[in-house]
Ligand binder design. Structure first.
Ligand SMILES: NC(=O)c1ccc[n+]([C@@H]2O[C@H](COP(=O)([O-])OP(=O)(O)OC[C@H]3O[C@@H](n4cnc5c(N)ncnc54)[C@H](O)[C@@H]3O)[C@@H](O)[C@H]2O)c1
Length: 330
């Protein structure tokens, strides 16, 4: 199978590429072309472990450029679409790049995939498209009610992907996952932001009352779920990929303080994020029964490994902290 992986230099996309090519027992019938614009969140070094791999190629470009897509897409059997603007806070201060990449870029990619007869199009989405749920869990049939501009553009993009299935019969599968954590995550997202600041003895910001609940999913479990959906998902269907560890942000902060040997004096309470969703929760029964999906990495082990990775890889994240700060002040 010849696969285009968009956003393959980002956090989750690069884990997908590394695991598909390097994991013990990985199938050797996979060839991967990474297509990435290398925005501030794209890190070429994330793919160093597969540099020179005979079944990997990297192409620098933008999913919003239809002519470029016409050069790259032909000859591939599948697209796994991770590329997106992904940081909720950035979407609140400026949503135009989110609409451009997440909505228009996805449509142009779908058009190119259809034009060039690509088989399967696996669209990676998020639990944030549902909005917020006080109790219980969403099924794949729950109505979409996104609140942040980020979530609204992710909802728009997956609706366009599903429309391509219903209108044109394209072989589209959508996955919606919960909050990922693990190595190589850009240090503006909460877990790597907190770890890197705590390792340096700095302060960490906790939004509002700290009672917002998120379900945490190790990135390797997510990528296994994406591969299962890619290989075995039914066309036109949506699958949830969750981690099964629901924590308030305050509980998460407690775990991160313990893992880095710091105390609560490092935590600064800051005003809540605008429109902050109170709780996300996915029912993953469908992926479990149809795809055989179950998360394998327990949260405590996954978090300890993640903290150890950041502690051992300062040369990876210190330049990115400067890049994030530059971008924030631009
Ligand atoms: N991180 C999470 O917890 C999470 C949760 C649910 C869903 N998702 C989804 O998973 C996907 C990957 O998320 P991530 O955390 O790895 O993101 P990321 O921000 O780490 O990486 C995004 C990648 O996309 C690339 N990109 C951005 N715009 C592009 C464009 N116009 N053309 C080509 N490449 C472009 C960037 O250079 C970067 O390499 C996204 O679609 C996101 O919505 C993420």
């Amino acid at each position: 199978m010849r696969i285009i992986v968009t956003g393959g230099a980002g956090f989750i996309g690069s884990e997908f590429v590394r695991s598909m090519l390097l994991a013990p027992g990985a199938a050797n019938d996979i060839r991967i072309t990474v297509l990435d614009k290398l925005t501030y969140a794209g890190v070429r070094e994330n793919l160093d472990p597969v540099a020179g791999h005979p079944r990997h190629a990297f192409v620098h470009g933008d999913i919003c450029d239809g002519d470029f897509l016409d050069q790259v897409v032909p000859g591939h059997d599948a697209v796994v679409h991770f590329a997106a603007e992904t940081h909720v806070d950035r979407s609140i201060t400026g949503s135009a790049p989110f609409v451009t990449t997440n909505v228009l870029g996805t449509q142009l990619l779908l058009d190119a995939a259809r034009r060039h007869g690509v088989g399967r199009f696996l669209h990676v989405s998020t639990d944030e498209v549902y909005g917020s749920i006080p109790v219980g869990s969403w099924s794949e049939e729950s109505p979409l009610a996104p609140n942040s501009p980020y979530a609204a553009t992710k909802a728009g993009s997956e609706l366009l992907a599903l429309a391509c299935h219903r209108t044109h019969g394209m072989d589209v599968v959508v996955t919606r996952c919960s909050n990922n954590y693990g190595p190589y995550q850009f240090p503006e997202k909460v877990i790597p932001l907190f770890i890197t600041r705590l390792l340096d003895g700095g302060k960490v910001p906790l939004y509002g009352d700290g009672q917002h609940v998120r379900d945490w999913l190790h990135v390797s479990d997510h990528c296994r779920g994406v591969e299962l959906a890619l290989r075995h998902g039914r066309a036109g269907e949506v699958y949830h990929i969750g981690g099964g560890t629901e924590l308030t942000n305050e509980q998460l902060t407690g775990h991160l303080l313990a893992a880095t040997g710091r105390g609560w004096e490092q935590v600064e309470r800051v005003p809540d994020r605008k429109g902050h969703d109170a709780r996300y929760s996915l029912d993953c029964t469908k992926a479990a029964t149809e795809l055989g999906y179950a998360p394998l990495v327990g949260f405590e082990r996954g978090l300890a490994d993640t903290v150890a990775w950041y502690a051992g890889n300062r040369s990876w994240w210190e330049p990115l902290q400067r890049r994030a700060a530059l971008r924030a002040s631009a």
